[in-house]
Design a protein around this ligand. Structure first.
Ligand code: OSB
Ligand code: MG
Length: 369
């Protein structure tokens, strides 16, 4: 497969409501959208989940535009790649920049799958037709308003709920929530808001029977996560700490976590998801598919990945219309009454970009060559 043209866009879509986590409040979804044209007339699409500010990964919209424009995209033009693996090998000298590498990986998966007339799910040999979808709920001002939001999410049909926490918005909020929902499959995500000095405080959460606590400590701190994992009963799940298979191996060797939230963008794309899944399966660490408030284009890739066999918990896969003012794909994305979402079955990524919607949110367009 040879690519002769790329169109790279920076997009911005307001969120329906601001979403607050321990260190940041975000009001708009930003992303990079890439269209690729092959020499024999196939076009494909992919989304890069670059956020505006570096609160979750070091990469941002600006760093993504830079590395893609000055290094990655020009180097791919006119080169022949027999498979997605070959693209990945060709770019393997690049350090970090997983969100940008994932964008390229997703585009080539879309193109290679389309060339076979297959969906990405089918291309990957995934048999699942739908996957269970959980929902992520941001920080709230009061325990009552958090419980009200969770009640509304449960009524919508989500089989599990994740709530964000931080040191002054945790115990009282969880007590209130658990009074109303003693049996709800519930987990919490701290986005690195605690330190190991909070171990006793976090051990007290054992009584809330949480499915897991996601990323309690600093991203770089696999050692303290291992110490914490020994001190509390709630299973520790890592998110931001795991960028590469090497991080996953280190976490497994140290006993830093019992679960991993794998996000295809964070780890560099679909091939890395598969590699990480296989490794985690071999060391009996279950995983689930996280999200980055993707549009329907990015969410479609997550849905396909979520059908992989070692994703054993519901993913953060709520429909974009829940959080975005508008989507950039035509297909509806719906939560089924049984709490599942269908994996797109059309060719490639399985969704159609709505060009009018895309134009409406494009703030920058670059073409290569
Ligand atoms: O920490 O899981 C996270 C969104 C953006 C970046 C990081 C996170 C999140 C979420 C939302 O929690 C998950 C979703 O996309 O539904
Ligand atoms: Mg998280």
């Amino acid at each position: 497969m040879i690519l002769d043209r790329f169109e790279l866009r920076s997009i911005r879509i307001p969120l329906k409501a601001p979403f607050e986590i321990s260190s940041y409040r975000f009001t708009a979804k930003t992303a990079l959208v890439l269209k690729g044209y092959t020499r024999n007339g196939i076009t494909g699409w992919a989304e890069g989940e670059h956020l505006e500010a570096p609160w979750y990964t070091a990469e941002t919209v600006k760093t993504g535009l830079d590395i893609l424009s000055s290094v990655i995209l020009p180097s791919l033009l006119g080169k022949s790649f027999p498979s997605v693996e070959d693209v990945k090998k060709y770019l393997s000298w690049i350090q970090g920049n997983q969100l940008s590498l994932a964008l390229v990986d997703n585009l080539f998966h879309d193109l290679f799958a389309r060339a076979e007339g297959a969906s990405i799910g089918k291309f990957l040999g995934i048999e699942a037709k739908s996957v269970p979808a959980g929902v992520s709920v941001g920080l709230h001002d009061s325990p009552e308003s958090l419980t009200d939001t969770v009640a509304e999410r449960v009524a919508t049909g989500y089989p599990r709920v994740k709530v964000k926490v931080k040191p002054d918005k945790d115990r009282v909020f969880l007590e209130h929530l658990r009074q109303q929902f003693p049996d709800l499959p519930l987990m919490i995500d701290a986005n690195a808001a605690y330190g190991i000095e909070d171990a006793d405080h976090l051990a007290d959460f054992d009584r809330f029977a949480l499915m897991m606590i996601e990323q309690p400590l600093h991203n770089g701190d696999l050692v303290d996560h291992a110490i914490l994992a020994n001190r509390i009963k709630t299973p520790v799940c890592l998110d931001e700490s795991i960028h590469t298979i090497h991080d996953a191996r280190a976490a497994a060797a140290l006993g830093s976590c019992a679960v991993v939230n794998i996000k295809p963008p964070r780890v560099g794309g679909i091939l890395e998801v598969i590699r990480m899944q296989n490794f985690l399966h071999s060391v009996r660490i279950p995983a689930w598919c996280g999200g980055m408030f993707e549009t329907g284009l990015g969410r479609a890739v997550n849905l396909a990945c979520a059908g992989l066999p070692n994703f054993v918990y519901p993913g953060d896969l709520s429909p974009p219309e829940d959080y975005l003012e508008f989507d950039i794909v035509e297909e509806p994305y719906t939560l089924n009454p049984d709490g599942t979402v269908a994996i797109p079955s059309g060719p490639g990524v399985g969704v159609t970009v709505d060009i009018d919607a895309l134009e409406k949110c494009t703030s920058l367009l670059r073409v290569f060559p």
